[in-house]
Design a protein around this ligand. Structure first.
Ligand code: SF4
Length: 460
């Protein structure tokens, strides 16, 4: 049985680490600034968001049709399509495919393979797996999970990375980012040349042409998908889009929302394996279509739109909760506002019921989402499901009961106001913390001193 995710407990480590707080804050401020400048350059940004939203909604409404079309087109192009109902099936299928080609595996960044914990399964089967995205390589060396959808080591400072590389690879502690990158590059280049199999994720899969599209900045995904003899691409079934023509909009929205780039450095369009006469590319291309709970989300009409996510990470970068806790507090590879929606849907409210409450509901996530997912609405819907299933905490019920009763009559409201002000004056005068559960709030903040007269007294 999966253990319950205790968001509050998980957050304590990050909240108590001033260096992590500084690293996170500066990264999030930088990401937000870059994204805002990139978005301002596009006058019809809102229209593009709406278009992308509509394409995704249409693709999801006809998911069965587009997935079957994708399968036909990939097969026609010489690839092999596999369907995996859950993580177990996907792991054993991919392990078999890898073992039939060799043992050396290079991987490019893929949240879907993180979701099914593929590396563990492959290593258990005797394969040597190397993550080749620099950030993913570093978290692999550290034995951690990525802390952000697009920036896996957002929680690590340059000094921490230098110490990690030095400890794991026996190199000096370089303080220059370029030297640190060269250390990783040296190892990774060798791994690419030795690899039997390359495993990648999929950003978009085009039904009409059977094309798998991989977007990245380091060139490692291109090497992963072209150098080894076998390429295995792993995608959630929601990644399918109908037409090549739709990509134009997604390839405008994704890099600007994710990293504030006008376009990503590498966009690979992979249609089938290498053909006769072609100079490069894999001999075999396998496309694994993963369900793992997505069909159930698809059937849930209030939650279906969460499947439109293109994993840009913009909602994480604007979330005030994520900025303080980082990704590991969410107890899942999907973090931030979209993680607080997807993880409870994938793992159940009994495991991840805390996560929809890990939000201030400020609405910033919904405003930046390039595919217009209504994240605040989804979070509220999940909150109400948690309360229906598990009940509200006693203190909250008591507070709401008191509030409802005070609001029922003007006289009661006046008395309640007087009592609250008297208590407040007393606690501020003797500097007492507020009683539980308000003490958790006042531990970090000071209540302003109450006015001599209440607003109602001054205006009556
Ligand atoms: S929910 Fe929207 S903003 Fe968040 S990662 Fe997905 S596409 Fe990006």
């Amino acid at each position: 049985m999966t253990a319950r995710i205790d968001f509050e407990k998980n957050s304590e480590k990050a909240l108590g680490d001033p260096s992590l707080q500084a690293t996170l804050r500066s990264a999030m401020v930088r990401f937000r600034g870059l994204r805002n400048s990139a978005v301002e350059e596009i006058p019809n940004w809102q229209a593009l968001r709406q278009y992308a939203h509509d394409v995704k909604a249409h693709a999801l409404a006809h998911l069965d049709r587009y997935l079957e079309q994708l399968e036909r087109q990939v097969t026609e192009a010489g690839g092999v399509v596999h369907w995996a109902r859950n993580a177990d099936e996907a792991r054993s299928l991919i392990t078999q495919l890898v073992k039939s080609s060799g043992r050396q595996v290079v991987k490019s960044k893929s949240m879907t393979t993180e979701e099914i914990e593929l590396n563990k399964a492959l290593e258990h089967a005797g394969c040597e797996v190397t993550e080749t995205d620099l950030g993913e390589y570093l978290v692999q060396l550290a034995g951690e999970q990525p802390a952000h959808i697009i920036a896996p080591v957002v929680h690590k400072s340059k000094e921490t990375i230098a110490a990690l590389l030095s400890e794991k690879l026996g190199v000096p502690r370089y303080d220059d980012a370029q030297q640190l990158t060269m250390v990783a590059r040296e190892v990774l280049r060798r791994r690419f040349l030795e690899a039997d199999v390359g495993i990648s994720g999929v950003n978009f899969a085009v039904a009409e042409s059977g094309t798998v599209v991989v977007v990245e900045n380091e060139g490692n995904a291109r090497l992963t998908t072209t150098l080894p003899r076998t390429h295995i691409a792993v995608m959630g079934i929601e990644k399918v889009i109908p037409r090549l023509a739709d990509l134009d909009v997604f390839l405008t929205l994704l890099p600007r929302s994710a990293t504030g780039q006008r376009m990503s450095s590498y966009v690979s369009f992979l249609t089938g394996p290498r053909r006769v006469g072609e100079a490069d590319g894999p001999e075999q291309l396998h496309l694994v279509l993963l369900d793992n709970g997505r069909t159930a989300i698809h059937a849930d009409s209030s939650m279906r739109e969460s499947l439109a996510c293109i994993r840009c990470g913009a909602c994480l970068n604007v979330c005030p909760v994520f900025e303080r806790t980082a990704g590991h507090a969410y107890g899942s590879v999907y973090s931030g506002p979209i993680g607080a929606v997807l993880t409870p849907l994938f793992q159940g409210l009994d495991v991840a019921g805390d996560l929809p409450f890990a939000s201030s509901l400020c609405g910033a996530c919904g405003e930046v989402c390039p595919v217009k997912i209504e994240l605040p609405r989804l979070l509220l819907e999940l909150r109400s499901r948690v309360v229906r299933q598990q009940g509200a905490p006693v203190a909250e019920r008591f507070f709401v009961w008191g509030w409802v009763n005070a609001m029922k009559s003007a006289r009661r409201l006046a008395v309640a106001g007087k009592v609250a002000r008297a208590v407040h004056r007393f606690t501020s005068a003797v500097r007492l913390p507020l009683p539980y559960p308000f003490s958790r709030w006042s531990a970090f903040r000071e209540l302003p001193r109450p006015a001599a007269k209440a607003f109602r007294e001054r205006t009556s």
